[in-house]
Design a protein around this ligand. Structure first.
Ligand SMILES: *Cc1c(COP(=O)(O)O)cnc(C)c1O
Length: 356
């Protein structure tokens, strides 16, 4: 058979998500490309031996013990919490639950996280874009016009990836109340921000879905665990349509143990925030740096002359950053994850040697 003839047209033409690890496959030892935590997973977490975990039995499909702990940590009842195989699974399930293929549409605000568009394409749902303003804030007029066309979902990455900026809280909340569809506020980087998470407001905004993840501040990107917080009616729908055993016993057990280490994680977040200030200042003094966007996240968006060349030459020295320089809303920009002090020093030294 000709597979192409059988495929859904939107899958035939799909441009898949391009991860940091797709874009750089060479040898490197300084990884400042994927916004991971350079200090690793929380310390001193060990799994019981495999026999104790009864791995021949399916995992708890409702992740009861883990949700209970998340509930205590976030101050929200368990019925407001959904756990996904990464927040990426939560994003996909929102499309499948709320958007009719070929008919509904959703809103995004470029430049932003690429998965919203990829997930929309996979689900054959149209994307409409209301770009951020040139200084990366909400375009109020644009949003009002877009709301009139009844988007099903509006994706707000806050703080935003790749800009690192958090939106003004009052302005965002006022706009959430005006959106006729669900507002998906992706807080993957909220732990690094001085602006407060919207999680506690979920009970007061029935159209608000907040996403968080264990992949960044918690240092557990390999565990694949994301959270969605929303009204119990929405949580119930996601629970009914998810793959029944979406989170393995190994992941549930490990995360439950790691969630005890809140102090160690807070220490590391504090270190990353200190390094963010130091790196931002140091980058700003380089003659070819035009702008360092003030960041509420664990990375910096840097506008720098010759960004494409620097990206390639840094990679040759084993230092990997993310190249946003050819995308329309971030021309000439590199996105640099905050590493350990030693990694950040290596980056700065290399940039100087390369004439930045
Ligand atoms: C890294 C990131 C995530 C995390 O996705 P997971 O699937 O939980 O690893 C989600 N949203 C944004 C904006 C991110 O940058």
């Amino acid at each position: 058979v000709e597979i192409d003839r059988l495929l859904r047209p939107n899958i035939l033409t799909l441009k898949p998500y391009s991860s940091a690890r797709d874009e750089f496959k060479g040898q490197a030892d300084v990884w400042l490309d994927a916004n991971e935590n350079p200090y690793g997973a929380p310390p001193d977490v060990s799994l019981p031996n495999a026999n104790g975990l009864r791995l021949h039995r399916y995992p708890d499909p409702y992740q009861r013990a883990l949700k209970q702990r998340v509930s205590e940590l976030k101050g929200l009842p368990v019925d407001h919490i959904f756990l996904g195989n990464g927040s990426d699974e939560c994003i996909d399930l929102l499309f499948r639950a709320f958007c009719e293929p070929g008919k509904d549409h959703v809103l995004t605000m470029p430049p932003t996280y690429g998965m919203y568009t990829v997930s929309a394409n996979i689900n054959d749902v149209e994307i409409r874009e209301v770009p951020l303003t040139p200084d990366y804030t909400l375009d109020d007029n644009g949003l009002q016009k877009a709301f009139a066309e009844m988007p099903k979902l509006w994706f707000v990455c806050n703080p935003n990836n790749p800009t690192g900026k958090a939106f003004d809280r009052a302005a965002l909340l006022a706009t959430v109340a005006e959106c006729p569809g669900l507002v998906v506020v992706d807080e993957a980087y909220a732990d690094f921000s001085s602006s407060e998470s919207l999680v506690k407001l979920v009970p007061y905004y029935p159209n608000l879905v907040v996403l968080q993840t264990f992949s960044k501040a918690w240092g557990m990107a390999a565990v694949r665990l994301g959270m969605a917080f929303a009204d119990p009616e929405i949580i119930d729908v996601l629970t009914r349509i998810k793959p029944p055993y979406n989170i393995g016993t190994l992941q549930q057990t490990y995360a439950l143990e790691a969630l005890q280490k809140t102090d160690a994680v807070a220490d590391r977040v504090k270190k990353i925030i200190e390094e963010r200030a130091r790196l931002a200042d140091a980058l700003a003094t380089l003659p070819t740096v035009e702008h360092v966007v003030p960041s509420d996240a664990n990375f910096l968006l840097v506008k720098i002359q010759d960004a494409g060349r620097l990206y390639r030459e840094l990679a040759q020295q084993g230092i990997v950053v993310r190249n946003w320089s050819e995308k329309p809303h971030t021309l000439g920009c590199l996105r640099i994850t905050i590493g350990t002090p030693a990694e950040n020093d290596r980056l700065l030294q290399a940039l100087k040697v390369l004439g930045a």
